[in-house]
Design a protein around this ligand. Structure first.
Ligand SMILES: Cc1ncc(COP(=O)(O)O)c(C=O)c1O
Length: 343
């Protein structure tokens, strides 16, 4: 078995003929920026200038979903999520009710699960009441249904082999982008090229980390790289989605004794197979020793208030289109062995 399952994507040789399987999020005017943080920064500035002052965020989230709002004095509140980390419309209701026409609500359904009917109805209701709703589709890139939110965005490089990129819908215009001091797309693509060339871990991960730190610094909205834009035309979204679903089902059969968080996909394309385990970080380290790299979604951001309960018992196992039955069986056996040893 080859080592190195998971981790970031390698670039692939571009095929001559684009596939032009329409991107799943097609259908409304779409603007492309380089990262999810840039999309949120753009929305934060725009909504602030329109008089919005209150921000409701999901009670479980990545630090990079909070940071873009830091340049303005938003009154931030977090909406607790359900035990399985679904959005809880009732808790959003309570936080939006006060001054809906000053409220921005960021909603997200994580791990590839389809948005529930209850949430879809709640989003429509909040919009009617004047709330500006932002739908974070980063884990739902393969969902072809239109979002009901005022704005929708999805960071692309987590689930797709592109160096940078994030789609953003709902603006109604194409913003003019300024010059950036840092361009993370070049370094990010460089890391993917190094990986494709079989470069050994040292400089590979150094370049990847440099790219991630540049994404942290490049907060001003800028256009997605032309290389990513072109790559989207060569991706077979249907095949990638099928591979993910197949791998998820295969791995699910192999890990029967572990608690799976997102087996309630409701027809959605899984982003990862997310497991609940009391020693998530220890398990992550043990799996990495065996060549399986699993992200944790997410370490508790510093900005989250201490009274908000946090789920720190999750680990996300890769099931993407790079892999098939053989890798899923290897991961399943490895997980079972490691979990047994940790008992
Ligand atoms: C759900 C979610 N939304 C938004 C972001 C921010 O995306 P980016 O890293 O492209 O800024 C992330 C990053 O991890 C994320 O996981």
């Amino acid at each position: 078995m080859n080592v190195g399952i998971g981790s970031f994507f390698a670039s692939s040789a571009s095929r001559d003929v684009p596939i032009d399987d329409a991107v799943p999020w097609a259908g409304t005017e779409t603007v492309y920026v380089q990262s999810g943080r840039q999309a949120l920064r753009l929305l934060s500035e725009r909504l602030w200038s329109q008089g919005y002052r209150r921000l409701v965020l999901p009670g479980h989230l990545c630090a990079s979903m909070i940071e873009p709002f830091d340049t303005r004095d938003w009154t931030v509140r977090f909406s607790p999520m359900t035990d399985r980390l679904h959005l809880d419309p009732g808790s959003y209701d309570a936080l939006c009710v006060d001054r809906p026409d000053e409220t921005v609500a960021v909603v997200a359904e994580y791990f590839g699960r389809n948005v529930t009917e209850e949430t879809t109805a709640a989003v429509a209701r909040w919009k009617d009441e004047g709330v500006a709703v932002i739908d974070d589709r980063t884990h739902n890139l393969f969902d072809r249904r239109r979002s009901e939110a005022t704005y929708a965005f999805g960071s692309l490089r987590k689930l797709l082999p592109v160096g940078d990129g994030c789609f953003l819908q709902g603006l109604g215009d194409v913003p003019a982008f300024g010059q950036q001091s840092v361009d993370p797309s070049r370094t990010s693509w460089a890391a993917m090229d190094l990986k494709a060339a079989g470069t050994q871990p040292g400089s590979l991960y150094e370049t990847y980390r440099a790219a991630e730190s540049e994404f942290g610094a490049a907060t001003e909205p800028a256009a997605m790289s032309s290389r990513s834009l072109e790559s989207l035309r060569h991706l077979d979204f249907s095949a990638m989605s099928e591979a993910r679903s197949f791998n998820f089902a295969t791995l699910l059969e192999g890990v029967q004794h572990l608690a799976v968080v997102n087996d309630d996909l409701d027809g959605g394309t899984p982003a990862y197979l997310v497991l609940r385990t009391p020693e998530a970080e220890a398990l992550q380290a043990m799996l990495a020793e065996r060549g399986v790299y699993c992200p944790i979604h997410w370490p508790r951001p510093l900005r989250v208030p201490p009274q908000l309960p946090w789920r720190d018992d999750l680990i996300s196992v890769p099931i993407d289109h790079r892999y098939g039955r053989q890798e899923m069986e290897y991961i399943g056996q490895t997980l079972n062995e490691v979990a047994k040893r940790a008992d």
